[in-house]
Design a protein around this ligand. Sequence first.
Ligand code: NDP
Length: 412
Amino acid sequence: MAFGELDTMAIRQNLTVLSNTSGSVRRISVLGATGSIGQSTLDLVSRHSDLFSVEAITANCDAKGLAALAIRHHARIAVVADCAAYADLAEALSGTGIAAAAGPEALAEAAARPADCVVAAIVGAAGLLPTLAAVRQGRRVALANKECLVTAGELFMREVAASGAELLPVDSEHSAAFQAIGASQPDAIEQIMLTASGGPFRDWDMARIKAATPEQALRHPNWSMGAKITIDSASLMNKGLELIEAFHLFPVGVEQLSCVVHPQSIVHCLVAYRDGSVLAQMSSPDMRTPIALALSWPKRIDAPTKRLNLAALGQLTFEAPDETRFPALAVAREALAAGGAAPAVLNAANEEAVMAFLDKRIGFLDIVGVVSDTLEAAHGLNLIASVDRLDDILAVDANARRLARGFIENGR
Ligand code: NDP
């Protein structure tokens, strides 16, 4: 179902509270269960054991962490992407009755198992194939993995339409937009404004930002998240990736998407309409709110998050992003406007550069430098041309990573 097709009935149901009167428990699979979103999801699932049970859970290489989650949440199967982690997983699950498996095919099979909802919470383009495997089954997919849409947005949305999958956004800004759009006519939307906290360097000057360490960049003022998205938030590349994500999710053009810095992270997105109304969604910065909505939509369930006290907050502030100190936003916007494979190149180069920054092989501002250089080189090599097939997208991703590694290793 596309968001533009939401009907009034669905939105009215949205206001009711989910209660399990039918007695059927909905099976949830969690891809990326050991991560920040994965664990928040499992926390909600365990608080609502009358509503949800766990089918499959997956991780990359954290076999011990995954096995502990599988046992605690009574999963049917646990899968690690990294085959080298299989022995540890199998040993930790031995005698529990929980199946263990490893490797990319097992990951895709886990994603395709019968489930009422698959939470796509793997980080990076590594999540693309397993998430597509869930989409192809026509499942409800609660999408946290924004890199899927950045890398392969058009193909991904085509697959959603073809399979009849129900795609629900988990990213807080997109969940907020989804709620603020509700049953409105798509052509009534003038602007979707994603908010950005501004990250830990919001009021730092250029010299300090240039010298920023991974430890400083990992200290996000409001959100507790995995390392990659935390670095993306510090550079504002995260907001660029989210603009691309929003372009694929919502029925608007590039020029209708904007970003405003809101340091308190209370308002997650604002949707402006042609009649002058602006609808916003607010909540404390805790991902369990949007995850709960994606699990239970069109109903709502309890989420154990801090309630808003606006009088205590006193003020909510907004400011324009500074694209001189945070050039990643403009680079991502240009890639979106260029279309074709440019967003896939942007994403691949950014993943490589963020890893290199976390390993202290490059400086903070080199992240966006590597991304720009890779986009330019990819353009010169004609890699940016429109890509339609999955194999071509995967080849672009691999080539862009090779180019980016070259810039990282040989200096720019
Ligand atoms: P984390 O780094 O906390 O967790 C990532 C998860 O993905 C882990 O389970 C990890 O397994 C698994 N994983 C990593 N690499 C691979 C791989 N190659 N193959 C299979 N599995 C892999 O990430 P987050 O939870 O922070 O983010 C997940 C996604 O959600 C990202 O796309 C992010 O942008 C998005 N998101 C996150 C938000 C947040 O608050 N955290 C907010 C909005 C969106 P292992 O533990 O074994 O490494």
